[in-house]
Design a protein. Structure first.
Length: 312
């Protein structure tokens, strides 16, 4: 397994999370364990660390890497949407910091053989959790054309979604679509040649991203996490979220802003009647983007957005 993952925005993440010896931290997306390792180094001795990932490969890798910390480090195969039950099972009622770094690990993209990339021919699986309920192959071969087009449009922001869905349905009537390169070809030839020539990204990028988001229910799980995190943070505890997609960032932004807002009364009412108090302080007013030197060294970090807040 290739777990040489380059962690995104490590300086900024550590500055916002500010882990200190003896604190309790959760990394909801262990991946290659890069951020986790930085956090663990700072909270030990005396700290407690809970690492979660829905990919069993990430858990196995982390078990090898962090086993020397004994019971201070727990590594749990689950979805971060279930963070409340994960912490309750560990007997933990409050933590000092939570990180989620949403997206694909280097291992998933390049070494898992699960069809996340159109750069090599692999079965169309795309599940981050191999126990997940549906695969990309099932979606492309069974969804009605309109639903397929809607997924590609909504999650991929792909303007040629209708033509792509039509081409997929036409092809699957001949034989099921089972592999990445076949799907990437169908997508490419469903797009106008002029548009393909003009694009800087591979023509299948947006459609693959959309299918992955749908297969893994990524936005629904993020929403659930954002509904639950506050109750799990100790006062002064910090949340840091790294996202790579505008739809994810919007969910994070809206929830953080809502929690940071005090009065939510209509402007037409002269005195506050809602009694709503701010619950968090925003540590980032706008999404923070990676510095130029990081993007130069790791072009994949280009679209990362970081948002952080602190519980009051
Ligand atoms: C970008 S990688 C994390 C990299 C990690 N921060 C590092 O420094 O190595 C994303 C990881 O999050 C996991 N993941 C994504 N969404 C998840 C979710 N909802 N619940 C649990 N794990 C998730 C993926 O399986 C993947 O291993």
């Amino acid at each position: 397994m290739d777990f040489k993952h380059i962690s995104a925005m490590p300086r900024e993440v550590m500055a916002f999370l500010d882990p200190k010896p003896g604190e309790t931290f959760v990394d909801g997306t262990l991946g290659g364990g890069g951020h986790s390792s930085l956090i663990i180094d700072r909270i030990m001795p005396g700290g407690r660390f809970i690492g979660i990932d829905q990919d069993m490969d990430a858990i196995s890798n982390a078990r090898e890497r962090f086993s020397h910390h004994g019971d201070s480090v727990s590594l749990i195969h689950d979805n971060f949407a279930n963070i409340a039950s994960v912490l309750s099972e560990q007997g933990i009622s409050g933590v000092d910091g939570i990180l989620v770094d949403i997206g694909l690990s280097q291992h998933q993209l390049n070494g898992s053989g699960r069809g996340f990339s159109f750069m090599r021919d692999e079965p169309l699986d795309m599940r981050m959790d191999s126990l997940g309920d549906t695969t990309a192959e099932e979606l492309v071969n069974t969804l009605p054309e309109k639903e397929l087009a809607d997924i590609i449009f909504k999650y991929g922001e792909e303007r040629f979604s209708r033509g792509i869905a039509k081409a997929i349905v036409r092809r699957r009537e001949v034989a099921p679509i089972t592999h990445t390169l076949e799907l990437a070809d169908i997508i490419r030839f469903a797009m106008p040649a002029k548009a393909v020539a003009k694009q800087k990204i591979h023509p299948a990028t947006r459609s693959f991203q959309a299918l992955r988001i749908a297969v893994n229910h990524e936005l629904e799980r993020l929403e659930r996490f954002m509904d639950d995190f506050l109750a799990l943070l100790n006062p002064g505890g910090r949340l840091c979220v790294l996202s790579f997609h505008s739809l994810e960032d919007r969910i994070v932004k809206q929830k953080m802003r809502y929690l940071a807002s005090g009065c939510i009364c209509s402007k037409s009412i002269p005195i506050c009647v809602c009694g709503n108090e701010p619950k968090v302080k925003l540590l980032t007013r706008k999404a923070v983007r990676p510095a130029d030197d990081e993007v130069e060294a790791n072009p994949m970090a280009r679209s990362t957005r970081l948002r952080a807040c602190e519980r009051l």
